[in-house]
Design a binder for this molecule. Structure first.
Ligand code: ADP
Ligand code: MG
Length: 321
């Protein structure tokens, strides 16, 4: 099997929304009239973002999920994506499973594969995703204002818990481990919530590198600070409700600096609390208020008495020494 048979067999499907998809020199996309195009791209490299032995179906899901999550953070509706693959060899069972995981998620979000590139090389996967959003309504990192509430969707820390368990750093009961692994392998991009928060949230980001690290980007872009209530951590860790109760140090590390969560962190004025709740309810997504935006720059984690905790948390950075 050669490059073109591979593309035809695994990555070509009848064009739907795109008038011209896989198979020509360019894909042609037609966003609805007047809509803004939202574009995001992510590169996943073996050994960095996933291990060589990862289940290919899971990998297909995850590499599209992380891109959908970026659209979600902007409140954009998915349209289409391109897929560029570097493959060490042609492994048909691997490709079939990868394509299955990828297209299962793509179909759920009505997001069409319209092109890509395929070459030999060390395994790496790049997806560029296109969405649409009404002009001026995209959620940005820069809109948080002092007095805004700070919210987070879903649960946090379970993906990191699975990672720590796989490294042998924590021992987990079988069911807790399975649930945490599912969170690590199959993140659910919060696309519907992001769209429902248009016009309500003042700023948003998707949590991929750890809550407090990602939050720092919002604070910097918005020129504000924030306080976060540390005692919300126990409720945010899904494994907590399954009976896993880590010591505060580990709990805080998982929830506030975990990574790979793909939830949304967002801000909204207190006057919009009901609407935020309604956006969560209408999209069947849990939303939790975890703190406030303040004028003073910096991020303070407060205990139940309102005292600042001394620990610092950093988001993941590929090039930090
Ligand atoms: P080019 O010569 O322009 O690089 P290619 O020969 O690499 O084009 O690709 C042929 C067609 O197959 C193009 O339409 C391209 O978008 C598509 N394509 C290549 N790789 C993939 C892939 N992994 N997934 C989807 N479409 C792909
Ligand atoms: Mg090519």
């Amino acid at each position: 099997m050669g490059e073109f048979d591979l593309i035809a067999r695994y990555f070509t499907r009848p064009a739907r929304r795109s008038p011209l998809g896989v198979g020509d020199d360019c894909a042609l996309l037609a966003p609805r009239p007047g809509m803004q195009l939202a574009v995001s791209t992510d590169l996943l490299v073996e050994g960095r973002h996933f291990l060589a032995n990862v289940d290919p179906r899971t990998l297909g899901h995850k590499c599209l999920a992380v891109n959908l999550s970026d659209l979600a953070a902007c409140g954009a509706q998915p349209l289409a994506f391109t897929l560029s693959l570097a493959l060490p060899r042609i492994d048909e069972p691997w490709l079939a499973a990868f394509a299955q995981g990828l297209f299962a998620l793509a179909d759920r979000f009505d997001c069409e594969l319209v092109g890509g590139d395929t070459t030999g090389g060390p395994l790496a996967i790049n997806i560029t995703i296109f969405g649409e959003v009404p002009p001026g309504q995209a959620l940005l990192r820069s809109g948080a204002r002092p007095g805004d509430d700070l919210w987070v969707s879903g649960t946090l820390g379970d993906a990191r818990l699975a990672l720590e368990a796989s490294r042998g750093h924590v021992a987990l009961p079988q069911e807790v481990l399975a649930a945490a692994r599912a969170r690590m392998d199959s993140p659910e991009p919060r696309v519907a919530l992001g769209m429902a928060l248009r016009g309500i949230a003042t700023a948003a980001i998707d949590v991929s590198d750890g809550l407090l690290g990602d939050l720092a980007h919002v604070l910097e872009r918005s020129g504000v600070g924030a306080t976060v209530q540390a005692d919300c951590a126990a409720d945010l860790l899904a494994a907590g409700s399954a009976g896993f109760a880590p010591a505060p140090e580990l709990l805080h590390e998982l929830v506030f600096a975990g990574g790979d969560d793909y939830e949304l962190a967002f801000t909204a004025p207190p006057s919009r609390r009901q609407e935020v709740g309604a956006a969560g309810a209408s999209t069947a997504t849990r939303v939790t208020r975890i703190g406030s935006i303040v004028a003073d720059p910096g991020l303070r984690l407060l205990d139940a008495q309102g005292k600042a905790l001394a620990r610092r948390f950093q988001g993941f950075d590929h090039f930090r020494p």
